[in-house]
Ligand binder design. Structure first.
Ligand SMILES: [Zn+2]
Length: 317
């Protein structure tokens, strides 16, 4: 490994997307997207300070638009097909449960949510189904999907999540702000963290899930790690990188908050795993086996914003 000489002298300074360090090491060059092969090439860098993965130069907005245009509702069609064989509802139920637990809401709590990078709106639908007093807004690059049932408690907003200050256009804050599998896709994770953080009400909670580049799975599997998707997963934090980035976002918004960052299992059905590994027929045969959380190398991160403007002695403990 050595410092990339090609990027010296560029107008923009190459820095870690999460901690801001300029000590980056090139780990791969000239990679293309594994399925959309004309997307790329990209170079990948690892931060020497926090260990996070960064793509530099970042693909243009136009290149990313073309990549996602090849997908349906932002999800790679082959992944969606396998999920059709073994529905991902277990994941949405699990994520909704973990996020609401982090936010301290129970079944009869009236609360608002904002789901950023909502895909087909599954997480919002799950929250509203499980929490009769909940209501919220799904936000994504695309408009409301036809597959999403009309619900007066579930609004939709189309918004460019790569645009600077995109959160200002939302015009609302919520008790629970979620972004599941989004952080690794955006062009500027620092900007994104600041924007989603600004959507959290006093007393509210931010809940993010993304791949963890410092996980044992990432280290053991290398380029066979399922989240190693050059050109699409542009920035993948370690737990340290995620924490520093959130702390910066909280400070930038003038907030006071308690940050959490920890590993999280992702529930996949056996059928999905077998399909992913190249045995779809066997997967279909075992469709009835329930999903269970697997240590695939993901993290959950976020914070609970305090109602006070500064930490009390109790909060510091
Ligand atoms: Zn870093």
């Amino acid at each position: 490994m050595h410092t990339d000489p090609d990027t010296r002298g560029r107008d923009e300074i190459i820095r870690c997307a999460f901690c801001g360090s300029t000590a980056l090491l090139v780990v791969a060059r000239g990679l293309h997207h594994p399925r959309v092969v004309d997307h790329g090439p990209v170079n990948l860098h690892v931060c020497d300070a926090c260990g996070s993965l960064t793509t530099w130069p970042v693909p243009s907005e136009q290149a990313l638009r073309q990549l996602y245009a090849a997908f349906e509702d932002g999800i790679d069609p082959s992944l969606r097909r396998w999920r059709g064989d073994s529905p991902a509802s277990a994941w949405y139920e699990y994520a909704a449960r973990r996020a609401t637990r982090a936010a301290g809401v129970s079944g009869d709590t009236a609360f608002t949510w904002i789901d950023v990078g909502a895909g087909a709106g599954e997480i919002g639908a799950t929250l509203n189904r499980n929490f009769p007093q909940a209501s919220g807004i799904s936000i994504d690059w695309h408009g409301r999907p036809a597959s999403l049932a009309a619900d007066s408690r579930h609004d939709w907003m189309a918004c460019d999540l790569n645009a600077p200050r995109f959160a200002r256009g939302v015009g609302a804050q919520a008790d629970l702000v979620l972004a599941l599998s989004v952080w690794e896709h955006v062009r500027d994770p620092e900007d994104f963290a600041r924007e989603v953080s600004s959507l959290v009400k006093p007393g509210g909670t931010l809940y993010l899930v993304c791949p963890d580049f410092g996980s044992a799975s990432a280290r053991a599997l290398g380029r066979r790690w399922p989240y190693w998707i050059p050109g699409e997963h542009l920035s993948v934090p370690t737990r340290r990188g995620a924490r520093i980035c959130l702390e910066h976002a909280i400070a930038a918004n003038g907030m006071v908050a308690r940050v959490f960052v920890r590993p999280v299992g992702i529930p996949y059905s056996l059928a999905y795993v077998l399909s992913y590994l190249g045995f779809p027929a066997l997967g279909r045969l075992l469709r009835g086996v329930p999903a269970f959380p697997l240590p695939v190398g993901a993290l959950e991160a976020g914070f609970t914003r305090l109602r006070t403007a500064r930490l009390t002695a109790d909060d510091r403990r």
